[in-house]
Design a protein around this ligand. Sequence first.
Ligand SMILES: Cc1cc2nc3c(=O)[nH]c(=O)nc-3n(C[C@H](O)[C@H](O)[C@H](O)COP(=O)(O)OP(=O)(O)OC[C@H]3O[C@@H](n4cnc5c(N)ncnc54)[C@H](O)[C@@H]3O)c2cc1C
Length: 450
Amino acid sequence: MNRRQFLEALSLSSLGFMALPSLVRADEEDIASALFPVPTYTGISGTIVIVGGGMAGVTLAKYLRLWGGTGVKVTLIEKAPSYTSNIMSNKVLTGQMTLADLNYVYDTLKNHYGVQVVSGTVTGIDSGDQTVALAGGASYGYDRLVLAPGLEFDLLDGMEDAKEYDTDIPHAWQAGLQTQLLRDQLLELKSGARSGDVVITIPKAPYRCPPGPYERACVVADWQYQNNLSSQVIVLDANADILVERDNFTAAFNGAHGYTVDYRPGCKDLKIVDVMSRTVSYVDVDNKKQNVTAGVLNPIPPQRAPQWLADAKLYNPDAEERSVPVNVLSYESTRVPLVHVIGDASLTTQPKAGHIGNQQAKTCADAILRLLQNQPLDPAPVTNSACYTPITATTATWLSAVYQYDAKTGTMFIPSQHNGGGAISTSEPSTDNYKDMQVWFKTLMADTFT
Ligand SMILES: Cc1cc2nc3c(=O)[nH]c(=O)nc-3n(C[C@H](O)[C@H](O)[C@H](O)COP(=O)(O)OP(=O)(O)OC[C@H]3O[C@@H](n4cnc5c(N)ncnc54)[C@H](O)[C@@H]3O)c2cc1C
């Protein structure tokens, strides 16, 4: 199977992966036996530096070596010793998973695929010299640079310091200590150590994982119900309506979680009035100012590509840009040559999601290997986004969309949006979906990290 056929198989299968029976069973032994050897010589050579060892960056590093062979020198620079998956992290809030369950290391990338993994924080790039600079003074040269650093989080109006997210009002939109803090605060509601409602705020789109906040409202509401708590989940949404899986979430908010979730769309001018008392204000759809005091406040802030990407002129905050415009045939920046951006930090018509980051990485790997050989880019890439959403502790929905390249606009689009095709589909909550969700997650993470 050549790279093109492999990409097609990935994109066209319903979950975006080859149907590898061993991976679908996904226990450790099977995953190990599914590892592919890195070819020693393919005739391709080059030095690629990748910043960010998350969903997009790790997939890219692996597939560059797998398809490009040992002549393609790949260096991955990552600031954390290991990766904590955001995907499934809402289940940490309900105690169904732990952060340790979501931890992934870089051993296979180093030991099997021969990627040089550097521990460090990138602070800037010099696109003239073709180098990246790390805190502490080291620098790395590249033929092509790929940035996959994810997102940074804005301070909400009324906040003084980002540390308030770490100590009092966790957003937990980057899985880690804040996820544990939010879990602990929910447990305090259960023990009676704190009282009041859970308030979740949703920023205006685009943000990371469009269904994620609605999913969080559902699983927290379900957890409250299971634990006989009378508190509510109040959702203050800056968007005019539920953004994705509208039917599924509307049914959940009015049905299974009808007594617990209070969904309020169209909230404007959200402000943190007081961190310590967890009070927020907003202007409602009738233009009335409202104050809400929470027992647990979970403000999900607006997000943007890290500032050092703006400093490198990859995007322009003064023009209201919040992530990096790219050519989706290669994910190369439309402004800075030889620099590619994949995952959440890129600006495309695809959602900011881990599954899409994995898919973008494969398109990018294929494009870089072609560019290193002076070959034309694939003119018709296809990507697939699948998302499973737990609605309760035992049921889940799913959404799947296939994106194709539109040469006229230079964007990825869902065919059904153009001509009534059926490239987007959803499923109502069920226990079967919940089981499939676990297979999907294991398969995605195995494809990325093993
Ligand atoms: C609660 C929640 C649920 C979600 N559920 C789903 C889901 O069901 N399906 C789905 O597809 N997506 C889901 N997502 C979204 C998904 O997690 C993200 O879209 C995905 O992680 C983005 O991948 P990325 O590689 O761009 O960034 P990340 O995965 O965030 O990785 C970025 C990496 O870059 C590193 N880094 C950052 N800056 C630097 C630097 N300066 N130097 C060195 N390293 C750096 C970071 O440490 C990190 O390891 C969910 C997100 C959340 C918050």
